[in-house]
Design a protein around this ligand. Structure first.
Ligand code: E4P
Length: 299
């Protein structure tokens, strides 16, 4: 599995690169905003050039517009301006840019098609359902970014597990929790033995898992799995970037299912390499080093 770092902080990108584990970078307007808040004496344009030179892997830069025309024109500007630096720019286009009822729902996917046809590699972002991922692949996206952490947030909130609040970012959502809730409700239903209400309640239960217009997905990791099944079934070349990752456990689950890429915040990458048993073992080895051994380690 390729590892991208999900950040625009140059120090984090350079550190990950120095470990030899970095295959690429993803940014978005919120991540760029965080970096800009810390910029001192350097233009954003020079700063982005520095990011592009730090890794040879793909670096995703997102458009800011929400209409087809704006997105295509911004994508072309970004690509022309930055791709010559290290030939590694990928343009991020939201699969769907509508923000309120009445907006055009299909501007993003149209932009994905146009840009992919002109040879600009697209990372289709803000993907929250398997069907959106299917559309992105059909439209020619080189990469698709399903937001697994945000789907977990959304499901927990809709199941009433959060008291209407968002979970803190590092908090793990156990995928099997939704499954247990479903089983529990089914048992309750069987004991009721009221056929009329069983039908009614069964519909009710299924609605718990009908977020938006996508039925049956019960965790962010489950969403990634579903997209992988679809892409494998039809041999799509679009690569899956598991995005919006919150925990090292989610990275492991993605790696176990053979996802192409995970884009990971730097603090989660750190978590992936830390283990208290390793620290404990290291301490014991250091204490056991004898002078004779130290002597043979000298030149
Ligand atoms: C990456 O492509 C996404 O922009 C990013 O993973 C979103 O993560 P978040 O949900 O933690 O903001």
């Amino acid at each position: 599995m390729k590892i991208f770092v999900d950040t625009a902080m140059i120090d984090e990108i350079k550190e990950a690169e120095s470990w030899g584990i970095l295959d690429g970078v993803t940014t978005n307007p919120s991540l760029i905003k965080k970096a800009v808040d810390k910029l001192e004496g350097v233009s954003l344009e020079d700063y982005i050039q520095d990011i592009l030179r730090t890794t040879d892997g793909p670096v995703s830069l997102e458009v800011a517009g929400s209409t087809y025309g704006d997105m295509v024109s911004e994508a072309k500007i970004l690509y022309k301006k930055f791709n010559p630096i290290n030939d590694n720019v990928v343009i991020k286009i939201p699969v769907n840019t509508c923000m309120k009822d009445g907006d055009d729902n299909f501007e993003g996917i149209k932009a994905v098609k146009t840009l992919s046809e002109t040879g600009i590699p697209v990372n289709c972002t803000l993907v929250m359902s398997s069907n959106q991922a299917l559309m992105a692949a059909k439209a020619g996206a080189a990469y698709v970014s399903p937001f697994l952490g945000r789907i977990d947030d959304h499901i927990r909130k809709n199941m009433g597990l959060t008291g209407g609040k968002d979970y803190p970012k590092g908090n793990h959502y156990p995928e099997e929790l939704a499954e247990r809730a479903r089983e529990y409700k089914l048992v309750e239903l069987m004991e009721g033995k009221d056929v009329g209400s069983m039908i009614y309640r069964d519909h009710d239960i299924m609605n718990i898992f009908d977020w938006g217009n996508d039925a049956g997905i019960y965790s962010g990791v489950d969403l990634i799995w579903s997209i992988k099944q679809i892409y494998d079934s039809y041999s799509f070349e679009t690569q899956i970037i598991a995005a919006s990752i919150r925990t090292a456990r989610q990275v492991r689950l993605c790696a176990e299912m053979g996802v192409d890429i995970a884009t990971i915040p730097f603090n989660v990458i750190e978590d992936m390499i830390i283990h208290y048993k390793t620290s404990e073992g290291m301490k014991a080895f250091c204490e056991d080093v004898v002078p004779e051994y130290m002597n043979i380690l000298k030149l």
